[in-house]
Every structure is written in C-alpha cells, then in structure tokens.
Design a protein around this ligand. Structure first.
Ligand code: F3S
Length: 756
C-alpha cells in the first residue's frame, strides 16, 4: 500500500459537498484551512460554524504516521484496544534511533544491532495490525510521507512535531502525542481547538541565493517562536505558486518553530508536478478534478485581512539569505556583514566547524542538487573545505537518485560524510564528542529546523545556526560564519581570488526518481496469525497490562508530592537518556516526577515516605506506597502538565499508583491524557486550598460514588494532628470520560465495546 487512491477519492467526494455546506453555514468565502477542517468533521457534513481559537471540535483525520521513538508506546497502547487492524491508514518510520558517526553503511549496521529489539517489535506490530512499516535507513518520516502519502486537501496526524511538513503538499497535517494517535488508529474521533488563521501573502519571486528556507526564517523572525501558537498559517500569492512543492514543505516544516498548529499551501502546478514525479498521477488527476476546493475561495486571497486573524506580507524579490541562531530559530541575521558585527558583539565563534545538510526540513532532491552546485564550484575553483560537511538524505529514493545523478559524488569529493537517510544530528544522534558536556565552544551551520542548546551534539557550547542548504554549503566551504557568497571572495589553493556563482539545481530529477529498495514493508492482509514477541527481560520494550479501575473508594490516600511552581511534562517525565525506555513503562516510570520541585524542602526528587518517615526519590516512594496497597495523590500549581503531549507523563503516575492529580489549573492536553489513563484530574475550587495540603496528610474522597458531569467532588483532608478540612474539587469529565475512569482507561472501554 504505497497510498490509497480510493480513500483519497472518497475524501474528495465528501469535500465538495461539505465545503459547499460549510460556506453556507459560515456565511462567507472560505480559506483553504477552513475547507480542509470543515470537510474532516467527525460528524460528517457541517451543521454549525465554529469559533476560531475557542471551540473544541472532533475531527476524522485520513492518516496517521509515527516515528520509531514515539511509536513504541503508541503501538503498545493500540495493542490494548483489542482491534484487529488500524481504523485509518497508518505508517511507522524508523528514523530517530540511528546515530550518525562514521557514515551510512557502518552507522546503519550499528543501529540495527543496538536497537534491533525496538525495530523488530515495531515491525511485527505493524505487520499484525495492518500498518505500513518503513525500515531503518528508508528515510526520514516527513520526507517519506511527502513522497508517498501526503495529498492536497487531506488531514493527517503524526506523533512528531514536524508532521506539519506535509502542508507542502496542501494538507492540514498536525503533530500530536501518542495517545491522540491511538484514538485515531482505534477508530475514535480526534479533538482539536478550532485554530485561528494567519495568512502569509508571498509576492515577488525567489532568485539567486535566496531559498524557501529564507521565507520561513523570515516568518520566524517576524512571528517569533510563539507567534503561531494555536493558528494555522496559510501561504498564498504569486510567490507561493512560484516555489517547488518540497520548498513549500520546508516552509511548513518550520512552522513548528513558530508554534503553529500547522501550515499549508493551496494546490498548484508545483504540487501536481511533484505528485506525478513521485508516481502518483492518479492523485494529481483526482486533485485536478476538484481544484477550486483545494485552495481558498478567490475573494479570500484578494482581501485577506477580512478572512484571516492576522496577515503578513513578504516580497520574495526583496528577501536575502538569512542565518537564524544561535540557540533559537527566530533570531535572524542577514548573511554577511551584519553577522560580522553581531558575532563580535555576542562573542559567537566566527570559525565554523561543521556544515550539515539534511533533516526532514531540507533533504529533498532540489535541496541536495542546489547545495551540490556550490560544492562543484569549490572543486572547479580549487577551493579546499575549511569545515567538515555532513549530509543526511531525506529518503532512500532521494539518496539513490542523487547518487545516480552524481550529486552525492560531488559531496564525497569534498570529503563530506554521507550519513544514513535518517534524523541523525538533527535529534542529537550524532557521535561528535566522547564527552559533549565538556566540549569546546564552537559554531556550526545546518539546514535543520531546531537549534536549541545541545540539540545536535549534546554540547551546550555549540552555537548552531540555521540556513538554507546552499548557504550551509557555501559557509562550510568558507569556514566563516560571516561569509557572504554574494559579495565575498575566497583564496583558492593557487592563491587566486575566486567567487561563487549563484546556486543552480533541479526542482525534480531530470531523469526521474529511481530507487531499488525503498525500505518499505507492507503488512500482511490478515495479521491475525502474526505473533508479537517481546523478550520478558527486555529493558526497552514491555507489553502493557490493562490498568485496573481505581474505583469509587479512595480512602487513606497519601501525598506523593506537592509540586511547587512550574511542572511541565518534562518535569513529570524527563527526556534525554530516558528516551531509551519509551517502550518500557516500568523502566521509564523511574523518571516519574523527578524534575518536579517538592513544595516541602524545595528540592527535586526528594519526598517524604509517610510509612517510614524517611525521604527518598519520587518513583521509589510511589513504589513503596503501591506495594503497601496505598493510593497516592499528586498536588500541583497552575498550568500543570504544560509542554509536550507525551502520554508517558500520565501513564507513569498511573502505573505507580497515583489515583488523583489535584492542581490549581491544568494544561489541557495533559488533563485529557490523565482522563484517558483512567485517573482523576481535578482542580481546586478554591485555589488557596493548595496551601491547606500538608506533607503528612491523609486523603479521603467522600462522594466519588456520585461522580457525574458538572458535579463537584469533595475530599476530606486529615492532617497529622487529627484536624480535618473538606475541600471542593472541580472537574471537566463528561459522561464518556467518566466511563473511561470507571473502566480503568479509555482503551479498556474501547476493548470492552469491541468485545460486546
Ligand atoms: Fe527527525 Fe529532525 Fe525531522 S529529528 S523528524 S529530522 S526535526
């Protein structure tokens, strides 16, 4: 199943009818984003208008994609749903667990050895449940999705923030947590707050050294890392249609860096060319048949201020190449002289040690071909590399074609390392140093999306700057951060002054794409006989056991921790080295709440065990209470659980026996994740009651047997001196979510309904 044309035709048949209905209901012309959203409502044909930025709406995405790090827990949970197959087309992509070190052949072999049990697990689960599986080395999830599955007007979710890349092919594609993916795979609705809309009108045309990457670097400068929050960014205008489809993908990809829900472009000729070049003429034909539905109504782009919540205009003809960084993707500097001054003022190392080209953001054929035109000039003009160069092709199809066309050979002549078709340095999977924490201060330039401290190589002193692939190549050859290839000369091996000419390249391979082994494994038609075997001694994968319902009797519960101040999902379930245990709930639970500050003593991972009076780490203390059959509660401050949507932050406390999380306020996704795991997520009716909770208290829920929507619950707090307080607790559970609680988890309920 490369892609499902029948599914796409069905989406298009619905789209015409639903968009027409939505236009009538909304009462005005529609943006492309609205057309896609209204044609993917869970309830089918639209019957009411939604308020942007306010209404929570149930959607029915067309596809799901998961990468290997996040897929582990998502698939482990899906296995609990008792379904024979996924409800919507789903793919798994092995790209995050491959370290870049010596080059593709050695590195891939090493990854296949060190992570074989994870890869084997993902492969067998995929085979069993009808999920397409892309092997390690097949490519980076978002490039593979763009090449094979993305289609104009579609809606997809993926368990990775850069799922948004598929907006380059006119989708509404959104990054989610594993719990959301499980819902959709299991045939449930997916909820999203109806986004606000930001319109970006692109006029003029890119030329010379300016690339699509510079468009999003400019947008990041304008909107900053928070400016897109809760919004879909819709690009339009003559500048938009003049860019390649993969270039549009780059722009949408880095929408994640401005916090946008997603970004998208209307269907145009570049998308049609890309669909045909990637062997999807039937999708292009189907899209052509409903072309006006795959872009905004004409009036919208003529008067965008009337239809978008915010409009930005960028003239591509006036845009120059940018370098964004270090440490944040929205800090923009124009290539060249501006950088000389800024780098001096900020003490950024001027010498560039590495140039890295690739990642899901910039690893298309066009990207590699334009960067290689600069590399070829270096060879022709007798220039020697002043930095090291690394390349991560986006997919095996891109790699194979680029090798066939001599592109990779050009880089290799400059001694570049060709890493695996995988994330590599982009996600810190880069064996650059043996001791990254104590590595020296340095600068690198890359064409990736994120450049936070330690992201690429674990070295807090690495100053990473983001640029287009062609600028990355030029700066890596020159070895200086402030090199401006438009104006600056370099001295070659013969002592002559030489200059680069403008980069050239191909939007698509002139001889077409080619690949021998694309690394795709289709699932068997009937997976019922496929056995998913997991070594019981594995420290990385552990099959889940369904959670027992907590029940209506919570008496004598103890305080596990009263979190003080900010408590994000990172404080609840840390990343870093713990990523290794993402598929093993018991092992990863050893990081449960270890980053949260205890309100008593203001230390992290240091709480009182009331059974012994001793102090210890949060996970150990929780395990001691659980072993003694005592339920625990967690108390928190405002916006508890903000950050990522990772479901581990709810599953770990649940696994360790926490019955209720009681806070001043929740980050909404985390609150929902707690509900899905069959726990109580409650808020203080009176915020000041947070101060009533003492370290040695015992808790009794007095009216849980009357748990009902819109009805407060009450908890008796028994203090160490015997005095008592009764506090009122609010909740947002609807009846269906109360059923999740009663059954022990949302998945338990799905399984029960399946078996009914
Ligand atoms: Fe991978 Fe980096 Fe993209 S981690 S999915 S290449 S953002």
């Amino acid at each position: 199943m490369a892609f499902d044309i029948d599914m796409i035709k069905k989406v298009y048949a619905n789209m015409t009818e639903r968009v027409d209905a939505a236009r009538g209901i909304v009462g005005k012309p529609l943006t492309l984003s609205e057309k896609i959203l209204y044609s993917h409502l869970w309830d089918g044909k639209p019957n009411k208008a939604f308020t942007r930025g306010k209404d929570y709406v149930d959607f029915a995405p067309d596809r799901v994609a998961c990468q290997d790090a996040t897929a582990q827990m998502a698939l482990l949970q899906f296995m609990q749903a008792g379904k024979p197959k996924v409800a919507v087309p789903t793919t798994v992509h092995c790209d995050h667990l491959i370290q870049a070190k010596d080059g593709a052949a050695t590195d891939l072999k090493h990854a296949n050895q060190t992570s074989s049990e994870v890869f084997n697990f993902l492969e067998s689960v995929s085979n069993k449940y009808g999920i397409g599986f892309w092997k390690p080395g097949a490519g980076i999830i978002h490039q593979v999705v763009l090449e094979n599955y993305a289609f104009p007007g579609g809606m997809m979710i993926g368990t990775d923030s850069h799922t948004v890349n598929a907006g380059g092919l006119g989708m509404v594609a959104i990054g989610v947590g594993g719990a959301d993916a499980v819902d959709v795979m299991a045939g449930m609705a997916w909820e999203l707050k109806f986004p606000k809309l930001i319109g970006v009108r692109l006029t003029g045309k890119l030329s010379g050294w300016t690339a699509p990457k510079d468009v999003i670097l400019k947008v990041a400068q304008i909107l900053t890392v928070k400016g897109g929050t809760g919004a879909i960014v819709e690009y339009f205008g003559p500048g938009a249609t003049s860019m390649s489809c993969t270039g549009k993908g780059t722009i949408c990809n880095m929408g994640a860096e401005i916090g946008a829900t997603t970004s998208t472009f209307g269907y145009d000729d570049s998308m049609e060319r890309y669909l045909r070049a990637t062997d999807r003429a039937d999708v292009a034909d189907a899209a052509n048949a409903i072309r006006p539905y795959l872009t905004a109504d004409e009036e919208v782009y003529a008067n965008p201020e009337q239809y978008f919540d915010q409009v930005i205009e960028i003239n591509l003809s006036e845009l120059g190449p940018l370098l964004n960084g270090p440490f944040t993707p929205d800090l923009s500097t124009e290539v060249g002289r501006d950088m000389t001054e800024k780098a001096k003022a900020n003490d950024w190392p001027m010498q560039v040690e590495w140039g890295l080209i690739g990642s899901c953001t910039n690893s298309s054929y066009e990207d590699l071909s334009r960067a290689s035109s600069i590399a070829q000039q270096a060879l022709d003009k007798g220039l020697k590399m002043k930095s090291e160069l690394g390349i991560n092709p986006g997919s095996e199809q891109v790699r194979f074609t680029a090798e066939r066309d001599g592109i990779l050979g050009i880089f290799e002549k400059l001694d570049a390392k060709i890493f695996t078709n995988a994330c590599g340095p982009c996600i810190g999977q880069w064996a650059r140093y043996s001791d990254p924490k104590n590595a020296p201060k340095n600068s690198i330039v890359h064409s990736f999306n994120r450049n936070f401290a330690k992201r690429a190589d674990g070295n807090p002193n690495t100053h990473a700057f983001v640029a287009s692939p062609e600028i990355t190549a030029a700066i890596a050859i020159a070895g200086r951060l402030d090199f401006n290839p438009l104006t600056d000369k370099l001295i070659n091996e013969n002592g002559e002054e030489v200059m680069f000419e403008e980069p050239t390249g191909w939007e698509l391979p002139p001889k077409g794409f080619e690949v021998k082994e694309n690394g795709y494994l289709a699932p068997v038609a009937d997976g019922s006989g496929v056995v998913v075997s997991v070594d019981p001694d594995s420290e990385r994968i552990q099959l889940l056991t369904p959670f027992e319902p907590i029940g209506n009797e919570i008496n004598g519960a103890k305080l596990l921790i009263k979190a003080f101040g900010k408590c994000t999902t990172d404080h609840i379930s840390m990343a870093g080295p713990w990523l290794r245990f993402r598929g093993h709930l018991d092992n990863i639970s050893n990081n449960c709440l270890i980053g949260a500050v205890n309100a008593y003593g203001k230390k992290t991972n240091f709480v009182k065990n009331q059974l012994t009076g001793e102090f210890g780490g949060v996970p150990d203390t929780a395990r001691a209470y659980k072993a003694a059959g005592i339920k625990t509660i967690v108390v928190g401050d405002h916006n508890y659980g903000e950050g990522s949507s990772r479901e581990h932050a709810a599953m770990e406390p649940r696994h360790l026996g926490v019955a209720a999380v009681i806070v001043k306020s929740f980050a909404r996704i985390h609150e929902t994740n707690l509900k899905k795991q069959g726990m109580l997520g409650l808020t203080f009716d009176n915020e000041a009651d947070y101060d009533l909770i003492q370290e040695d208290d015992t808790f009794n829920f007095t009216d849980l047997n009357e748990f009902a929507p819109d009805k407060q619950l009450h908890m008796e707090v028994v203090h160490a001196d015997g005095s008592k307080d009764v506090i009122a607790l609010n909740h947002t559970y609807n009846q269906a979510q109360i059923e999740w609680y009663n059954e022990g988890s949302a998945l338990n309920l799905i399984k029960k309904e399946n078996n009914a």
